[in-house]
Design a protein around this ligand. Structure first.
Ligand SMILES: [Zn+2]
Length: 111
């Protein structure tokens, strides 16, 4: 799962300058547009974490709602139910500004 390999690269980068014995908790923010299911992420995480300092770490996932910005009236709004029509002017051209990303929010480690 390529999303998860990106997460582990971010973890390695974050820990590169520290001597860490063990990672206890990994927090991820996951945009709803990634189509990533929390269960699938948990499984991918466990598979990637095996034999690394992340083995046994708890994974917390926070789903991030989708936010769009209307290309017509420039107002920002939360996209509900995959409805990409602007609620203010009903324009159908929307720029996605949040909800497409998956990123590492924080780590808790044992030094
Ligand atoms: Zn609009």
């Amino acid at each position: 799962m390529s999303l998860m390999s990106g997460v582990f690269e971010a973890i390695e980068d974050a820990l590169a300058h520290y001597s860490v014995k063990k990672v206890n908790l990994v927090k991820l923010k996951v945009g709803r547009l990634t189509n990533a299911e929390p269960d699938a992420l948990q499984m991918a995480f466990a598979a990637f974490a095996k034999d690394t300092i992340c083995e046994g770490a708890e994974l917390k996932i926070e789903m991030v709602p989708v936010k769009g910005k209307c290309r017509n009236c420039n107002r920002e709004f939360q996209v509900e139910n995959w409805n990409f029509t602007c609620p203010f002017c009903e324009h159908l051209g929307v720029e996605i500004i949040e909800g497409e990303e998956l990123f590492l929010e924080s780590l808790e480690v044992e030094e």
